[in-house]
Design a protein around this ligand. Sequence first.
Ligand code: ATP
Ligand code: MG
Length: 725
Amino acid sequence: MDVSHLIDGLNDKQREAVAAQLGNYLVLAGAGSGKTRVLVHRIAWLMQVEYASPFSVMAVTFTNKAAAEMRGRIEQLMHGTASGLWCGTFHGLCHRILRAHHLDANLPQDFQILDSDDQQRLLRRLIKAQNLDEKHWPARQASWYINAKKDEGLRPHHIDAQFDPVEKTWLRVYAAYQEACDRAGLVDFAELLLRCHELLRDKEHIREHYQARFQHILVDEFQDTNNIQYAWLRMMAGNSAKVMIVGDDDQSIYGWRGAKIENISRFLQDFPGAETIRLEQNYRSTGNILKASNHLIENNAERMGKSLWTEGQEGELISVYSAFNELDEARFVVGKIKAWQDEGGALNDTAILYRNNAQSRVLEEALIQAGLPYRIYGGMRFFERQEIKDALAYLRMIGNRFDDAAFERVVNTPARGLGDRTLETIRLAARDRGATMWEASNQLLEEQVLAGRAANSLRRFVELVNALEDDTREMALFQQTDYVIQHSGLRAMYEAEKGEKAQARIDNLEELVTATRQFEVPEEVQEEMSPLSAFLSHAALEAGEGQADEFDDAAQLMTLHSAKGLEFPMVFMVGVEEGMFPSQMSAEEAGRLEEERRLCYVGMTRAMKKLYITHAEMRRVYGKDMFHKASRFIRELPEDCLEEVRMRAKVSRPAAATGRFSQTQTQENFNQTGFSLGQRVQHPKFGEGTIINFEGSGQQSRVQVAFNGEGIKWLVTQYAKLEAM
Ligand code: ATP
Ligand code: MG
């Protein structure tokens, strides 16, 4: 067979990795050097040259999107399908194993996945039930504690907290939480891994089955694996599997979630004969982008050390824009994207990257105003939106009455007159009897403990859920979903809310029906699961990735973290300010500062041709105006790779001067109006305010003013009778 297409077009080092003898390998290389490409070619090589069966190959990546892309590329190289091959995320693969062996894993067949929101809701209830003050014992912290312990592979009985009263309390919460999850058949994200690891550890026949099956294991983005993931990999690999890991220590950005860069050196020790292959040629970015990112990362002390070069052109300089505020920043970014589109560029080729999810809103609004479609990865993901979670909770109740998290979510949504007191009674009864909320409710109703009105409301809920199941038993999943949205009262509830937001929620509910209609139960679980539980697992696992139609041309918005592994011709990194990026807290701690710098490196190296970096002098953060200096990361870039973008209006506040970029450039159109950004003005009707934005020129020009007490308004300069103050 001709296999030249598997190595043609690769450089020598890449070829060496793809065509290496069977063995254990670490491919260590910087961003854009073709690590993922090598992994994909290696998999095809194993099957076509080493005659490995697809059934003997397992590939692990970091996101569902990456996994789907990888499978697609492998099939392309194979000129066909690669069925039998396992390709997924750690969570996805563990989920699959647990489904197949739920009895051995001590889980009910229809176990459901608890996402972080549900987890916190459940924890809040348990913390209350322990008579702890939520102010001192916040659910969020409990979830950090529990997830961190699980990531370390620790169950409550492994932890000795007798000398630490604070930890002792968290431990109690952990134990209660685990009990509640086990009782209801709920599995959180960390549990997927831990439970699967324990399954392999304790059940010899299962372990031997997988160890015999997967002779080839390949892992992308290895630098971000945590302890339990590493332990799981070792367990899956056993003594005979050949493992290839690829990674970049400079791109380790999940230390805060327990990822261990040290896993790279552990791999070299633990896997016999493991060899390191280094790739040094970058194929992704222009010379300027590459030079600047290399320069930046050199400020980190702890590195395994790598150098990257490119044959590509120097390309355009990196543009730095210093915005007046976040609105000005968004306007700038959207203007550039619009111009790109006008020149025939695809929106899909543009990405806006930010440090925190909350930063997306202003950008979204500017994009909507400009009529530019966009897609958000992460953040308020589709499956995490309130109305979607409400509908899913009803569906979960249909599948599993013992799902306490779902019960809590919808027992009084839409409102049916169930007060906090009644709920508290149900919770207490559940706790005292070691029962689920559903069981406790039915018992209380039977024993006629509840007052007339409360009992009626609760009975209505119980009957509703039973009826939803009975009525939809014969329906296809999407009909069932539609029926549930109608008859649960959710749709009517949101219709009654009126307004744009409510309409968006209804649109989303409709989108959910579409999602269930498009959903196909994965072949490998068709026997074990109903379409409903398969869909619910899918919703929990894939929350939001690829929410919009994949074929729509849309600008891509995402956090820097979720941009890992991806590439775009044009990239905007926004909010690159001290206090935002690096954040205040991480700036004070060397280790965390280095991780932030790696995150900056990840962001910059996503760009293929053009990179914009923006920062705002003033930004509203949690309702407060904050003044920020340009980030030290901008100062760490070599000046000869940068250009300052000059298009902003004159800013009169002298305090605004930052960094080495001058701020005095004027924007002619705007100046003709006689106003400038940041200027205080007086309006006859709305009173005093500050100019925060503008658009248009001459007669058409409009300004946006933040009035004290009257909110933010757009005004046509010509008619507004604004007076400078
Ligand atoms: P990251 O660290 O960001 O995950 P990576 O090392 O995985 O990056 P890839 O995504 O595999 O890098 O490759 C970066 C880009 O370079 C891709 O567009 C890929 O197709 C291209 N590329 C890789 N190797 C070659 C090659 N030998 N010839 C041409 N293009 C290549
Ligand atoms: Mg990659």
